[in-house]
Write a protein that binds this ligand. Structure first.
Ligand SMILES: Cc1ncc(CN)c(N)n1
Length: 236
């Protein structure tokens, strides 16, 4: 069942946990991401359709690389439990999240083949390759910190929109987007990411690496804001 507007969903981050500390340390970049004008435009329905369309096609391409990043996480995992968790995240992207993109675009006469053939925008290239590079050059903790703004941020954004009095669901063309990321199924994925960060942090010396991890988290949050900006300005 989808959550309803006006019902605030609780914060996914455990207070004192790694995710909450990274978010606090990278607050200005995080806010530029979760409170971007693109987000507000989806909430009240005022976002131009061309911007959403441009974003969604790029997001389809983005998700292909994010699925690859989870394949990398499975490769880098040192336990079967972590391999299974990476495989679940990869299939959630390929089977659940990308399905919404394909459905939306079909409504506008855009086929999956059209989307796959669209050139990647600079913001898409920058963000996806940054995450893959953090994973390849670093370890599993570096990779999951780079992935966290993506996975957890959308759950926070959708929950924030539902709690915002300016949000209008009736007749809102972006309602399915909001409801998908506020859905308990997506929140479960996001919550698992928050818990995984804590587990990886204690196993891999996260405390001593906090400054470095913050740089990664901050950069990924700025790249998320850049992704919205690309959608808003129709940048290639
Ligand atoms: C750019 C971006 N960031 C996050 C998500 C949510 N997984 C997404 N689909 N696209």
């Amino acid at each position: 069942m989808s959550p309803v507007a006006g019902a605030a969903l609780p914060d996914l981050a455990t207070s004192g946990g790694l995710f909450a500390r990274l978010r606090d340390a990278a607050r200005p970049s995080w806010e530029s991401y979760v409170a971007h004008p693109f987000v507000k435009g989806m909430g009240d329905g005022s976002l131009p359709e061309a911007s959403f369309r441009h974003y969604l096609v790029q997001d389809y391409l983005f998700l292909i690389h994010f699925a690859r990043a989870y394949a990398l996480a499975a490769y880098k995992a040192d336990s079967l439990a972590d391999m299974r968790s990476a495989a679940r995240s990869m299939s959630a992207i390929l089977d659940l999240e990308m399905g919404l993109h394909v459905k939306y675009c079909a409504g506008w006469g855009l086929s999956e083949a059209d989307m796959a053939a669209t050139p990647e925008a600079q913001a898409t290239l920058a963000y996806t390759r940054f995450v893959l590079e953090r994973g390849m050059a670093g370890d599993l903790l570096d990779l999951h910190v780079a992935l966290a703004p993506c996975v957890v941020g959308y759950a926070e954004i959708a929950a924030g929109l539902l709690a915002d009095a300016a949000t209008r669901l009736d007749g809102n063309p972006y309602r399915a987007w909001i409801e998908m990321y506020a859905d308990p199924e997506y929140r479960t994925v996001a919550h698992a990411q928050v818990e995984l960060l804590d587990r990886l942090s204690s196993a891999r010396g996260g405390e001593a690496r906090f400054a470095d991890l913050t740089r990664t988290f901050d950069a990924a949050s700025r790249l998320e804001a850049g992704f919205w900006e690309m959608g808003l300005t129709l940048a290639g």
